[in-house]
Design a protein. Structure first.
Length: 269
């Protein structure tokens, strides 16, 4: 790819057809491909690659070593009728992310805290949409056409299958795995598999937990906790207290019960 730009060592390499606003800040060894547009108040860290026909608008801050593929639209205004352009609205993206073709990531709204955030080392596949005020952790995989409504939280190492749709204000816990075409309308507790419209739990994500080297005895304790929760009778708090009394020595179990207690939408069953 033919590039032009400043000639000093480690300077950005900008294709002559790209449009980069003078108020944008590009780090060392940044590459900007043909016909891409980078607006004011965009900060791009070192060693990022912005391929052809990408749109980056601000206020947006992007970390280092990110790769953004063709036709992605990053940092546009929220798709929210209440959005007030005079309020705080920004996007933060961490390091080492892969953002594939036609991905859209919107800035935040004042009602949601003012910013959308994507962490580090995420694999965001083609046509994914991350709406305003979403919080995406680290090391996640969002497969093709996964869609996050506004104010969604996706925790570390979650894997959302293709065409997974997450309703606004829902949370997806760490190490969750969803099947294709899953519709999530309630929170999905950590370490679980969820499938269907509306999503239901189908046990632990054992393959994911094994790949990350969690101790066998802890995974077994988590599975017992899950079965107690699913089969438990009485009030949710009583069931959670019973789980913690019998299995609370295991950190993964405590994280599981804490997540359920913090849920405001209720959790998938």
């Amino acid at each position: 790819m033919s590039m032009t730009g400043k000639t000093s060592q480690n300077a950005p390499l900008i294709h002559p057809t790209a449009i980069v606003d003078p108020k944008a800040e590009l780090g060392r060894e940044v590459r900007v491909g043909p016909y891409s547009v980078i607006g004011p108040d965009v900060v791009i860290g070192d060693a990022c690659e912005v391929m052809n026909h990408v749109t980056l608008l601000g206020p947006t801050r992007i970390g280092t070593r990110n790769r953004i593929f063709s036709m992605a639209s990053i940092g546009q205004e929220p798709q929210d009728k209440k959005f007030d352009a005079t309020g705080e609205s920004r996007l933060e993206i961490g390091d080492g992310n892969t953002i594939r073709e036609f991905v859209t990531i919107n800035r935040g709204t004042a009602q949601g805290g003012g910013f959308t955030r994507v962490g580090n080392n995420n694999w965001i596949m083609a046509y994914v949409h991350i709406a305003h005020d979403c919080l995406v952790g680290n090391d996640t995989v969002l497969a093709n056409n996964a869609t996050l409504g506004g104010h969604v939280t996706v925790e570390d190492r979650a894997y959302l299958g293709g065409f997974t749709a997450v309703h606004q204000f829902c949370r997806v816990g760490e190490h969750v795995m969803t099947g294709g075409h899953t519709m999530i309308a309630q929170d999905v507790p950590p370490y679980m598999m969820a499938v269907g419209n509306r999503a239901r739990l189908f046990g632990l994500n054992k393959v994911g937990l094994d790949r990350h080297g969690y101790p066998k005895e802890e995974v077994q304790a988590l599975e017992r906790a899950y079965k107690k929760f699913i089969r438990g009778r009485g009030k949710t708090e009583e069931v959670l207290t019973d789980i913690e009394t019998t299995l609370g020595e295991f950190p993964m179990v405590r994280r599981f019960t804490q997540f359920i207690r913090e849920s405001t939408r209720g959790v998938c069953r």
